[in-house]
Ligand binder design. Structure first.
Ligand code: ZN
Length: 318
């Protein structure tokens, strides 16, 4: 069998009321506007389907590749590509929201997937915080606090900085706050229930809230947010060759942080792996890559050699 190729992808961008310009100014993407919220790097969703950049599959959409060349994905089962990899630039606070799990989404959202997601922080202005979890002890207390608009009392905030990582299970109240850029691995779903939007007006209107659905899916009580943040202990400068750390393993995905400093060789066996270069530059089997490169290592690819100084987030689907 001929050696399979790495599959590079051209991202899709979204413009959002809370977005900024760092995906252009800091990542060098050629996209206009000062409201660029998201870069969908590895995506095969109806609202954003990334195109293969060059190679034998060049020009195909990732959804087509998934449907027509399942061998590249280890003949995985499933009617849709399971994950979605994004960069997010929050200039302003995002609304406070929650996502349903698979079961609730299948029943109430036309068979959509639910959404677990996780965040690797790429940059954060000093004093940055994320909203993760809430303070209600019972369902009754949660409903009362939402109905009475006691959101300051309800939500929990955790301080975060560059290199921190956090898993957001479905049912977790959460929000990215302004001044943060992060990379997200999530289930391929865009079902979001907005709990509170700080009473802001956007173009003269408040955005729709989804109070009942939010109440239905929020987990009570919430786990301790402080314990959920994984801090980075290591600097890439301390690494010779490669350092690989497991960030999370949940029923839907596994996410690892890799530091390459010098040369590193390894393989992924039968798994296909979604690779996001979040910092640095170097080569992967001779392909030049840099901050903002997205590619898939297909199933059965074999050994891979990485060189340079690279911070990569590697995500696998289950
Ligand atoms: Zn979310």
């Amino acid at each position: 069998m001929e050696k399979r190729e790495l599959i590079f992808l051209k991202p899709v961008f979204t413009h959002n009321v809370w977005g900024g310009n760092k995906l252009r100014t800091k990542f060098g993407f050629n996209v206009e506007g000062n409201d660029i919220g998201e870069c969908w790097g590895i995506a095969a969703h109806p609202n954003g389907d990334a195109e293969v950049d060059g190679g034998v599959y060049g020009g195909m959409k990732l959804s087509e590749l998934w449907n027509e060349h399942r061998e590249l994905f280890g003949n995985a089962e499933g009617d849709r590509f399971p994950l979605l990899i994004k960069l997010i630039d929050a200039k302003d606070d995002l609304s406070i929201q929650v996502h349903p799990g698979n079961e609730y989404a299948a029943e109430h959202e036309n068979g959509s997937l639910g959404k677990n997601e996780c965040w690797y922080v790429l940059s954060a202005e000093p004093g940055s915080k994320l909203v993760v979890g809430h303070n209600a002890k019972t369902k009754e207390e949660l409903d009362a606090m939402i109905d009475e608009g006691r959101f300051k009392e309800l939500i929990r905030e955790v301080p975060i900085s560059k290199g921190d990582f956090i898993q957001i299970d479905s049912g977790t109240v959460h929000a990215i706050k302004g001044g943060i850029v992060l990379m997200e691995t999530q289930q391929s779903s865009d079902i979001t229930y907005r709990v509170y939007d700080y009473d802001r007006l956007w173009n003269g209107k408040k955005r729709e809230l989804h109070i009942q659905k939010s109440k239905d899916v929020i987990t009570v009580p919430a786990p301790d947010a402080g314990k959920m943040v994984l801090h980075e202990e290591l600097s890439i400068e301390d690494v010779k060759g490669c350092d690989d750390k497991l960030l999370v393993k949940c029923p839907y995905y596994e996410v690892r942080r890799m530091f390459v400093n010098g040369t590193c060789t390894g393989g992924c066996g039968d798994d296909y792996v979604l690779m996001t270069v979040v910092d640095g530059e170097g080569t992967i089997d001779g392909h030049l890559v840099h901050k903002g490169s997205f590619f898939i290592i297909p199933s059965g690819y074999g050994t891979l050699t990485m060189t340079g100084k690279l911070n990569i987030i590697a995500s696998r689907a289950f």
